[in-house]
Design a binder for this molecule. Structure first.
Ligand code: S3P
Length: 434
């Protein structure tokens, strides 16, 4: 076996350019899973080719779903023939790779299937908490077993379900979605009482497939059991705002920089990042251009601005959870950021608080670690150095963006993990150097 390669990121003076980012990971997972249980054949244009969303397609294929992938001018078109009357029992464990969304959302679908299946993942996913999804599915009537410490493999024996009212222990779109997906095949009504609003792509996607989903004024999300999903759609996936975050931070952080990103998802549950960038002093302009199957889409321009101090309050965290590492990188260019109430970061693809703080510190940053967050002060220019992506795509991209502002190059070990959500990230970043 060859030794792992480090990716070298050199400092940059500016970033400039117009581009599209990869298709949204969260929406891609949902369109594929809903198409798999819907009537008819559904076409998904601009499906994400990140490793996570390919894990979802591979799992669906193992469940007997006919999945075809075509290349359309460099974008992936995925064609899925729905199995509304049930999947086939898989002959081996379903490998979810690095993807928490695959494992958690698929559990929701499998809860109603009359067979037993096991979901596994890589070392990172195998260390992530799954009781939060197993508990409500068991309350609905499925039998779920995990390791004693609540980690995967997750084995689920599906069967007849009944609706429940569930309040997730932490705000989580993944838990909400798993329960709603199980609720589609349950008797009666299923209600998810969100402790705080999370991304609502499942609700929007269900609506696109003709399912009535309601959200009450106090945040309860409700589906009725027995709904049939109407496939036969041609869907298109907007650009991923969480992928946009890394390029946006590069443009906001480096002097005389401006980046235009087209066809980005502007779903209100995903754009909190742009507000924080503005608070930090960047110039961010969003121009809505339309709606794709209930998902708002538009153009975003991010340009260099001031360097203000920013405090992210705990109530902002659920809608910024994936963007917090990128925002930490922004503060290395100047100003500062303090994030509290974000202990959830410790159970993402890595312990994102400890890995982020130690990685940025190794690059010369002025940082503090808290049990539930971090502080980064841009009091000095980074020196660069050697860091490890810790098998976490968002950390690989965070260190890369911070490295642009350093005085010397940075070597990122394991940087290829960026392809989990952003294939060709390093080429794209190089293409923006000016
Ligand atoms: C996701 C939800 C978030 C996010 C993850 C993708 C989704 O996780 O961090 O990257 O697609 O639903 P939680 O819902 O567990 O916070």
């Amino acid at each position: 076996m060859s030794a792992p390669r480090a990716t070298l990121v050199r400092p940059a003076r500016h970033v400039r350019g117009t581009l599209r980012v990869p298709p949204d990971k969260s929406i891609s997972h949902r369109y594929a899973m809903l198409a798999a249980v819907a009537d008819g054949t559904t076409i998904i244009d601009r499906y994400s080719t990140g490793a996570d969303t390919l894990s979802t397609l591979a799992c669906l294929a193992q469940l007997g779903v006919a999945v075809r992938r075509e290349d359309v001018q460099g974008d992936a078109r995925v064609i899925i023939a729905g199995r509304p009357d049930g999947f086939t029992m898989p002959s081996a464990a379903l490998d979810c790779g690095n993807s928490g969304t695959t494992m958690r959302l698929l559990s929701g679908l499998l809860a109603a299937q009359p067979f037993t299946a096991t979901l596994t993942g890589d070392a990172s996913l195998s260390s992530r908490p799954m009781r939060r999804v197993a508990a409500p599915l068991m309350a609905m009537g499925a039998a779920v077993t995990l390791q004693e410490d609540g980690r995967p493999p997750l084995t689920i024996a599906g069967g007849p379900l009944h609706g429940i009212s569930h309040t997730p222990e932490v705000p989580s779109a993944q838990i909400k979605s798993a329960v709603l997906l199980a609720g589609l095949r349950a008797s009666g009504r299923t209600i998810v009482r969100e402790p705080a609003a999370t991304r609502d792509h499942t609700e929007r996607a269900l609506t696109a497939f003709g399912v009535a989903v309601t959200r009450s004024a106090d945040g309860d999300v409700v589906v009725e059991g027995g709904a049939r999903l109407h496939g036969g759609l041609t869907l298109r996936v907007p650009g991923d705002p969480s992928a946009t975050a890394f390029l946006a931070v590069a443009a906001a952080g480096l002097p005389d920089s401006v980046v235009d990103i087209e066809d980005v998802g502007l779903n209100p549950t995903r754009v909190a990042l742009f507000d924080v960038l503005r608070r930090a002093g960047a110039t961010v302009t969003t121009t809505p251009t339309g709606e794709w199957h209930g998902e708002p889409v538009g153009r975003v321009r991010i340009a260099t601005g001031g360097r203000h101090d920013v405090v992210v309050s705990p109530d902002e965290v659920p809608l910024l959870i994936d963007e917090l590492p990128a925002l930490a990188a922004l503060a290395t260019f100047g100003g500062s950021i303090v994030v509290r109430g974000a202990a959830e970061l410790r159970v993402k693809e890595s312990d994102r608080i400890s890995a982020l703080v130690s990685g940025l510190a190794a690059m010369g940053a002025d940082v503090d670690e808290f049990p539930d967050g971090f502080a980064v002060r841009g009091t000095r220019q980074l020196t660069g150095g050697t860091v490890d992506a810790r098998h976490d795509h968002r950390l690989a991209m965070t260190f890369a963006v911070a490295a642009l502002g350093a005085s010397h190059p940075t070597a990122i070990n394991g940087a290829e993990i960026a392809a989990v959500s952003f294939p060709r990230f390093f080429d794209v970043l190089d293409g923006l150097r000016a």
